[in-house]
Write a protein that binds this ligand. Structure first.
Ligand code: GDG
Length: 727
């Protein structure tokens, strides 16, 4: 099977050769390494920008065919496109916002337009090279619209998405004018995964609040598809880093560094130049350490590697100036003959040199202000062959949720950084070893290979789930079968819930009176002598009588079967009792502290409604209320129902299901249909015999045989049954 990875850049280094042509060399980053472990199961391809801009179509074609040999498929972008999509929307709008640098986030129309345009170009490329069986795994924030674009064109394509940077709190994400488009873009995927549970939680909250969709645990329904979200922390190539100490080239570099820096404690700092990395804060923390711990002066060196990046962008150029100034100021103030406090390298290190730095450093100071994961922290731990190093790690890095044995710091707290450096320097050897070994144990298991396999497993689960769901959604074929069954039946039982099934929800329940269309449909159904039509509702008898009492032959069941109307007369299922005051008092207290909540008093039930309450608050209050009601209701033999935006208390003896049992005991039917949308309708589905037709409106239900994804499809479905009889 083919697996296509789609990322902003292809993992390739381009070189122009002497003949004026181009040569390509695979560059194995962390992601490529992780994915290579899937090579035995999949034929892996890669789609992305090749890292060069070419002017002529003939050159594009030549490059495309050379790269094809490596299973790479380039997406060519003009300079303007690249600037506005990559430097623009991706790195000047999304990147700062996702890293909580709200004021740095630039909103420019041309950035957004080009981002859409380039995502569409990626979509075209994917569609050009994939078939329906292919797995398409989209990587990162530069391509957030791509999953939906692909889904629109190829509904059956299998699409995964991994977000490598933080997903910010909804409060921050909501400032983006394009927030809904981005979220809809992601929901085109089967699986949307993040490094940590926090990012996943933020994503769920953003979807619920922006798109008004509701997650059930980690699943949300989009059209007829389940989309899952998951936290899958990315790891490193552990074997590679744990062995670097023994590599000849690395050992040579270790000696070089030791010679250059002398017999001093080395604190290592490695980052790409970026404001999110907290490099300036780190320098201030180091300076404070020198000021507060003069005993270490001359004995500790901060080796600071800053890899140049985006330095043509003003914010980055400004940051670089500030860094240079700060380093000069610290060195100017503290340097002594033969010792420079900050050894500053503004360049990228070859792998063996970086690995040597990992090996010789006594401390790794990894203090980003925000970081999706931070692989440097893990690489340092893995390379620390004799477990005598100390990792100081920002709690704002995704890695902190795994590496709890590091000295965790708030990177904004200068004093804490200074204290952490001191703590690391004086830490007993046994403690260092214990902390390091525990961290190694974790990262040696949670490797990048495992991450890739975990992603594939989770993805596979959603694919299987969607296959199962496909059979549940009421298709045209299902409807035809049910209509034939209906036409051929002699005696039919048709049980219909009302709110959320025949009628959409209204803010005020009394505004949900039946429309002429509903009444006409019910009249027509009841006119057929073969039909027994029942409205099985949570509403009270008075209300049902008022709305439907005039329809000949209709049966009504009120308050979840507490009373029913048969042959024109109402009957009670149970005797009415007095309410325990504690229940009403508790509900009233929760109305007072929850804006938009209200109480409905029925003759046998009390309902606390929270349809218009903020989603999060409503759920919190409903849980709190149920916790209070639970002991009271269990004493009184009452049932608490957590319904569709309602907490309802009613006697235990009856339910919508007991009403079905009563109806089934009355006579024999050869066609039985029950439709409902709420949790209370589940008892109705359970009570139906196996060959009965049960349909849940909205979410999938394990109890119902079929599902209709939206309420407005119920009336057309019932009309279709009616018409089948007239054929
Ligand atoms: C995103 C997220 C998330 C760094 N300097 C040199 C060098 N490096 C290598 C390190 C490491 C990688 O670059 C940087 O790791 P990050 O974790 O910061 O990853 P990014 O790709 O920059 O960023 C981040 C990550 O995605 C994975 O999901 O962790 O939070 O922002 O591997 O070793 N390598 C060499 N010389 C250097 O000077 N050879």
């Amino acid at each position: 099977m083919k697996l296509f990875i789609v990322s902003n850049r292809l993992p390739v280094k381009v070189k122009e050769n002497e003949q004026g042509g181009y040569e390509f060399e695979r560059s194995a980053g962390g992601l490529a390494t992780g994915l290579s472990s899937l090579d035995s199961d999949y034929e892996t391809h890669w789609i992305g920008w090749p890292g060069i801009n070419v002017k002529r179509k003939t050159t594009e074609r030549a490059i495309t065919s050379s790269l094809k040999r490596l299973n790479y498929h380039p997406v060519f972008l003009s300079n303007i496109q690249y600037n506005n999509y990559y430097e623009g929307y991706s790195n000047s709008t999304l990147w700062p916002l996702c890293h909580y640098f709200y004021s740095y986030s630039q909103q420019r129309k041309k950035y957004w337009e080009t981002y859409r345009e380039v995502n569409a170009l990626f979509c075209e490329k994917v569609l050009e090279v994939v078939d329906d069986d292919t797995l398409v795994w989209v990587q990162d924030y530069q391509l957030m619209l791509l999953p939906q674009l692909l889904r629109e064109q190829r509904p059956n394509l299998r699409i995964g998405y991994f977000h490598h940077i933080p997903f910010p709190s909804y409060e921050l994400f909501r400032v983006l004018p394009e927030r809904a488009n981005l979220l809809q873009g992601l929901l085109g995927a089967d699986l949307v995964a993040f490094h940590t549970h926090d990012y996943m939680r933020h994503f769920i909250s953003a979807v619920e609040r922006t798109l008004h969709k509701e997650f059930k645990l980690n699943e949300v329904m989009v059209d007829n598809r389940a989309v899952h979200t998951e936290a899958l922390p990315m790891g490193i190539n552990y074997d590679l880093y744990s062995q670097v100490y023994h590599k000849k080239e690395v050992r040579r570099n270790i000696l070089k560094v030791q010679k250059q820096l002398g017999n001093r404690n080395i604190i290592l700092s490695v980052d790409r130049l970026d404001y999110s990395k907290g490099i300036l804060h780190r320098l201030v923390g180091f300076e404070s350490f020198l000021a507060h711990h003069p005993e270490h002066i001359g004995k500790v060196t901060l080796a600071m590697i800053v890899v140049p990046s985006r330095d043509k962008v003003e914010k980055y150029a400004e940051m670089k100036r500030k860094l240079d100034e700060r380093v000069s100021s610290i060195n100017g103030k503290y340097a002594k003959v033969g010792w420079t406090p900050v050894e500053y390298y503004y360049r990228s290190f070859p792998f063996e040199e970086l690995a040597a730095m990992y090996c010789v450093s006594d401390i790794a100071l990894v203090s980003p202000l925000r970081d999706g994961m931070n692989l440097v922290a893990k690489e340092y731990v893995a390379s620390n062959h004799d477990s005598n190093g100390v990792l100081i790690l920002s709690e704002m890095a995704g890695a902190a949720s795994e590496l709890k044995e590091a000295i965790l710091i708030n990177p904004n707290d200068t004093e804490q950084i200074a204290d952490a450096i001191n703590q690391a320097l004086v830490m007993p050897e046994e403690e260092k070893k214990m902390r390091m070994d525990r961290m190694k144990a974790k990262i040696s298991k949670q490797t990048v290979n495992k991450w890739a396999r975990d992603f594939m497993d989770e993805w596979h689960n959603v694919i299987v789930r969607n296959k199962q769901l496909e059979n549940k959604f009421l298709s045209d074929t299902h409807v035809d079968e049910i209509a034939t069954h209906y036409r051929n039946a002699q005696r039919r039982l048709i049980v219909l819930d009302y709110d959320g099934t025949l009628m959409g929800f209204k803010n005020n329940p009394m505004d949900a009176a039946p429309t002429p269309e509903i009444l006409e449909l019910l009249h027509s159904l009841c006119e057929d002598e073969c039909n027994k039509v029942v409205i099985n509702s949570g509403r009270d008898a008075f209300n049902l009588e008022q709305w439907f009492g005039h329809i000949n032959n209709i049966s009504l069941a009120a308050e979840h079967g507490a009373s029913y109307k048969e042959h024109g007369a109402w009957h009670d299922t149970i005797e009415r009792t007095e309410w325990n005051n504690q229940i009403l008092n508790a509900m009233q207290a929760f109305v007072r502290k929850t804006p938009e909540a209200w109480i409905e008093k029925k003759s046998t039930a009390l309902a606390w409604h929270y349809r218009d309450v903020d989603t999060w608050l409503g759920m919190l209050r409903a849980k709190q209320l149920m916790q209070i009601l639970f002991p009271i209701c269990s004493m009184e033999n009452l049932q608490i129902i957590n319904g569709n935006k309602v907490v309802e208390v009613k006697p235990n003896e009856y339910s919508k299901g007991t009403e079905i049992q009563r109806l089934l005991a009355l006579e024999h039917y050869d066609f039985m249909l029950a439709i409902g949308d709420d949790t209370t309708d589940e008892s109705m589905f359970r009570a139906m015999p196996n060959h009965g037709i049960t349909i849940k409106v909205g979410h999938i239900s394990d109890e119902a045989r079929y599902c209709i994804n939206s309420q407005d499809k119920v009336i057309p479905f019932l009309k279709r049954l009616l018409n089948s009889n007239n054929v």
